[in-house]
Structure formats: structure tokens, C-alpha cells
Design a protein around this ligand. Structure first.
Ligand code: 9MG
Length: 259
């Protein structure tokens, strides 16, 4: 899953794709680089980020989805917590909803069920504005797993098919480095919930802190984590550097083919 942030304030590529032309050129590049899904977001979810109003989020995302649909049938996921954006995005051609709020906002669960598209339910402690202030867990893996199990149950109750659900432990969303590493080590346990698992580790702050590198120098750290996540059971990786990650994953796949 290749990331396209159309926001001026994303943590890793803030402002790089803030016009339709730049975002569309980036989408073409990610498709050429081998992305299987494009994840389009119009509101930053980085720590400390502030909310964007509906009109602005629609303006940033919908024309881009429409433009991509004219040149490709690649699955597009809409990263939003607003049900009006989800609806407009699916009408424009998106076919996955990526919810960092695990569809807990307003009527988003009901709307996602009506739209009959796959949903990604992510765990987050707190809100983007405050989540990194002092995240605390007694047992991070058990708590994140229990939360995701409850959200799967809520989604199924709302009418979303179990085969339409993807879960995500939410690396960096209300977690310390230790929490993130414990979740990564235990990624395989999330498969016990019986749905596909997505991991978003690319360029995240934990890499920057461990390696002491800014976001634009985190490629090797990101690739290492992508390989680990794939080997530990992730089905989908949300990444910025699609070509490099595709090569890394091809090597993991080759290993899986030998007896
Ligand atoms: C929007 N967004 C930013 N980081 C993310 C992550 O790790 N997972 C998902 N599902 N979405 C994310």
C-alpha cells in the first residue's frame, strides 16, 4: 500500500503533494513502482496534528481519486475519519476505507457498512493531538488485541463481512518505542483474530529515534521493519517507498517458496 498524503503537514512528506498535479504525478509513480493499493489522505494523523474541515478534505482527496480512476483500476483506500469523505471517496472510485479511529467516529461504522467496501480498523490510544504525551499500557499486546477484537465484533454486528475487515495495531499511535517493538514482535498473534493484518511502520518516529535520523533518511530502517513485519505475518504494508519495499518483499516471498 503506497501512501499519498495530500496534506501540507504530514510528518514525512508534508507539502510535497499538496496540489492535484503533484499528488497525481506521485500516484503514477507509486503505481509504476509496483503498489497494489494507494492510500489517500487529506488530513494529517501525525502526532500533534489538528483537524481539517470537511470542504478542505474533500477538495484535497476527491479530484485526485477521480483522476487516478481515469488511468488505473488500482484499489484506492481513503484515509479519513469523516463519513461524508468516505462516501464521496467511494462514489469517486475508492474501494477501501482506512480508519485510524477504527470507525468509532459519529456514524462512520454504519456508513462503511452501507458502502460495502473493505475496512481497515486501526488501534490508537488517545487522539492525534495528544496521543504521544504519555502512552501507558499494562500489557500493550493484550490491550491492543482486545480492542481490535471488539472493533471486529462491532463491524460484524453492523453488517460488515468478516472477509472485508483488516486490522492494524497502529504503530506510533499512542505508543512508546518499546510498545511499538513489542507489538511488532507479536504481530503474528494478531492473525489469531481471523482477519488480514496491516502494518504501517514506514519512516515512523521510532526509526528516527533508534537510528537518530530525520524522516528523509529512514529508508533502510523502514525496509528492515517491512521485512520483519512481512515475516511476522503482515498481509499489507503501508509504505512511502514502494519500489524499494517491493524488492525487499520479493526477497521475503522467495524465501517462502523454498521447502
Ligand atoms: C493514515 N495512517 C498513518 N499511519 C498509519 C498506519 O500505521 N496505519 C494505518 N492504517 N493508517 C495510517
Amino acid at each position: 500500500m503506497g501512501v499519498i498524503n495530500t496534506t501540507p503537514d504530514s510528518f514525512s512528506d508534508g507539502g510535497k503533494f499538496d496540489s492535484l498535479e503533484k499528488a497525481f504525478a506521485h500516484a503514477r509513480k507509486l503505481i509504476a513502482d509496483g503498489a497494489d493499493i494507494l492510500d489517500i489522505g487529506g488530513e494529517s494523523t501525525r502526532p500533534g496534528a489538528h483537524a481539517v474541515d470537511l470542504e478542505e478534505e474533500l477538495r484535497r482527496t476527491i479530484p485526485l481519486i477521480t483522476a487516478i480512476r481515469e488511468i488505473s483500476d488500482i484499489p484506492i483506500s481513503i484515509d479519513s475519519n469523516k463519513s461524508d469523505v468516505m462516501r464521496a471517496a467511494v462514489e469517486a472510485g475508492a474501494s477501501i476505507i482506512n480508519s485510524v479511529w477504527a470507525l468509532q467516529m459519529d456514524d462512520s461504522l454504519q456508513v462503511a457498512a452501507e458502502l460495502e467496501v473493505p475496512v481497515c480498523l486501526m488501534h490508537m490510544q488517545g487522539t492525534p493531538a495528544t496521543m504521544q504525551h504519555n502512552p501507558v499500557y499494562k500489557n500493550v499486546v493484550a490491550e491492543v488485541k482486545a480492542f481490535l477484537a471488539a472493533r471486529i465484533a462491532a463491524a460484524v454486528d453492523a453488517g460488515i463481512g468478516i472477509d472485508q475487515i483488516i486490522i492494524d495495531p497502529g504503530f506510533g499511535f499512542g505508543k512508546t518505542i518499546e510498545h511499538n517493538l513489542l507489538l511488532l514482535k507479536s504481530l503474528g498473534e494478531f492473525r489469531e483474530l481471523g482477519v488480514r493484518v496491516l502494518a504501517g511502520l514506514s519512516r515512523k518516529k521510532m526509526i528516527g529515534t533508534i537510528l537518530d535520523k530525520p524522516a528523509d533518511q529512514r529508508l533502510y530502517g523502514s525496509l528492515s521493519l517491512a521485512v520483519m513485519a512481512a515475516m511476522l505475518g503482515a498481509d499489507i504494508l503501508r509504505v512511502h517507498d514502494v519500489a524499494a519495499t517491493a524488492d525487499a518483499l520479493a526477497m521475503v516471498a522467495a524465501l517462502g517458496r523454498v521447502a
